[in-house]
Design a protein around this ligand. Sequence first.
Ligand SMILES: [Ca+2]
Ligand SMILES: [Ca+2]
Length: 296
Amino acid sequence: MILIVVFLLISAFASVVVNFSEDKFVFDSYVSNEIQTEKIIFVSSSISQALEEFLDQDDKTVDYLGEFWAQPLPFNLDDVAVTVEIADQERYLNPNFLVDGKRINQKYMEIFERLFNILEINDQILFNIIDWIDPDDKSNGGEEEYPNYLAKNSKLDTLEELYLIKGVSMKIFNGTVVNGVFRPGLKAILSPYSNGKVNINTASKWVLMALDRDIDESIANSIIAYRQKKPFKRIDDLINVDGMSSDILYRIKPFTTVKSENFLANVEIKIGGREYKLVVLLKRKNKTKTIWKKIY
Ligand SMILES: [Ca+2]
Ligand SMILES: [Ca+2]
């Protein structure tokens, strides 16, 4: 199955590579720049189509880190080198779910308060994030003021927007090392693309711990050890994990899943001596569709 998909990816490049030798003497640098641009646009569309096919090959009823889509996929063809890394987004928590219309969603608030507590991030930043998203503005008082711009008062479209929010520093965003131990930042635990249900087969220890007050580090580690042997096919299978109780299970059920729906692919492309970064967001229901793609 993987071979078929790799073949699809490679065949997408074949027509691009054929013309390379002609460029060298026929076109001046401007024209070859234009061609390079066209090539990369063509390659990007081919890759996003190939990614759709790739994810459609996968079992959609359960998603876990041992599956082929979760492994880095590098390949080379003449002077085109591509590395694909896909992350399901349901491994993360979505800050957009903190705000439900004009109100704070209390259930998500509890999860986020625990998360910020675990990561030792000041609670005030959580309120600043809510304020950034919620429709309340300065006219109601209480909104953070920013020197050169206004709070968005709408949902996050990208994670990098968090940088615009008061209190979010590089350390808080990227994580930091405390006493020789890495403490993750917001980028390792949040995503604005998740459907709001955490996939217990792919979520990190910190996200698992945030789900419930009774999931401590040892239970979270046991969940991870369990799924490495055997992925969870149903949420109810969590009851087999040491330390889990039916009470915890009952409480976390509405916020958890065993499969993922949104996938972000980070693709590095080296073509003609240049490097490009392609990011593709894909949504998979019955069929996988590209939601957007960006080239850097
Ligand atoms: Ca799967
Ligand atoms: Ca606001």
